[in-house]
Design a protein around this ligand. Sequence first.
Ligand SMILES: *Cc1c(COP(=O)(O)O)cnc(C)c1O
Length: 375
Amino acid sequence: MPALDSVLQQKLQLLEAKHAKRALQPVTREGGVLVQSGEKPLVSFSCNDYLGLSHHPKVIKAAANALKTYGAGAGASRLVTGNHPLYAQLETRLAEMKGTQAACVFGSGYLANLGTIPALVGAGDLIIMDKFSHACMLDAARLSGATVMRFAHNNLEHCRMLLEANRADHQNCLILTETVFSMDGDRAPIPALAKLAEEFDGWLMTDSAHDLFSPTTLHPSPSTISMGTLSKAIGSYGGYVCGSYTLVEYLKTSARSLIYSTALPPTSVAASIAALEIITSSPELCEAPLENARYFTTRLGMETAQSAIVPVILGDNEKALAASAILKEKGFLVTAIRPPTVPQHTARLRFAFSAAHTKAQIDAVAAIVKGLLHA
Ligand SMILES: *Cc1c(COP(=O)(O)O)cnc(C)c1O
């Protein structure tokens, strides 16, 4: 066997022994929350298409029209010839909805973080981030060359301690957190973090990938840097950063993941615009996933859900995988989430609730989970 393969085989065997190896499963989604995994139709609680917009007829129509008119691909980076006029429409709409002066759309949420954070801070600067922040914020922080420190999850005192001890030794300071945490479903204390940023002459950047564009979850401070994705509740693909005119002007000339990567296909941009129109004209749609999540936590006697995401923490990898397999057998897709995505010994089932789930589906899955927890 070539040396490369034998080294990789060893690494794979180690992962397998820890039940930490990941593998791709073919899945097709045909609208609503029904998916097809292999031969088996399943009700999914593992999609981030919270509002069911990826299959909304108006979204599909907008994407199909853009496809027929403008073709399948953008052809170049936005800085070269890929900046289709649809981009300006989408950015205006995003800024309006987030209450900021401007917005910048990127190829994905990952690329938005990867481009923005190193554009804002570098060697000699300080990043202080919540320990549970998404992997792509951590990757971006490391890439930036700034000093990176992490505070205990949602722990304002710890964040303040790190600022007190380190802020003075650095030029610029960026605080990073998520508004809704992707694997725990809880919310960050954004107003308190914004205050800390102000007090220590720093900037706050929030990742709202799992926020649902509901008026109650929008940003309190126009001076924060607000990042998000078009790939989840918006049902399409892409990422964005909202903030001041100056911030956006600067990102468009500095963010490397924007400059050196091909623009999104016009289909994705058109789909996002249509999805944002639907949200604006039916704001009640954004409340439904949280209502469904709360229905589930009530059924199980758990703490009331704070967002559309509800973790059921089981501990061992093996236990989480076994629970996921039982649910699959009974017709439900609930993917097990394991370290390093979540901390050691907190492997879990992660439920993502959609506006498209019915009470009967939630009742059925809750009954199985109850059985699993009391087994
Ligand atoms: C999914 C996710 C991203 C990445 O967004 P994509 O558009 O999928 O690349 C970034 N941050 C958080 C918190 C996420 O959950």
